[in-house]
Design a protein. Structure first.
Length: 131
């Protein structure tokens, strides 16, 4: 089994608590989050654009309701790829990415990368990388 993730979702999964999601989207995130925690050796395909976590997002169905601004999110994905040294289209073990993330991410980098995000602004993930 394999999960597809866009690069910045490695950051989001670290702080995911199921808050401020509609029930369908929350279920999708909760299932994938649980799956990756229970099977850290799972393969993850790095993708550009929508991934397995985006599939149930209501903004994918209703235009002009996007919570994520695609240009900003694409830039964030590129910055996270550069930080982690990962490549779109490649497959990695989730645990390997988590190890790299733990080594390289700080609260300051997290703030620099994510402070534009609606989830960050709500304070839902700000403490994800506090040491």
């Amino acid at each position: 089994m394999q999960v597809s993730l866009r690069p910045h979702h490695f950051l989001c999964l670290k702080g995911y608590r199921g808050l401020s999601y509609n029930e369908t989207h929350k279920t999708s995130w909760s299932l994938i989050s649980k799956l990756l925690k229970e099977s850290p050796g799972m393969d993850v395909l790095i993708v550009h654009g929508n991934d397995d976590l985006c599939k149930k997002c209501p903004a994918q169905v209703i235009k002009n309701r996007a919570r994520c601004l695609e240009t900003a999110v694409n830039e964030l994905d590129e910055n996270v790829k550069n930080l982690l040294g990962i490549v779109t289209g490649n497959v990695y073990k989730y645990s390997d990415i988590q190890k790299i993330l733990q080594e390289k991410m700080t609260s300051e980098k997290h703030s620099d990368l994510c402070s534009f995000c609606a989830w960050w602004k709500k304070g839902l993930c700000r403490d994800s990388f506090k040491k």
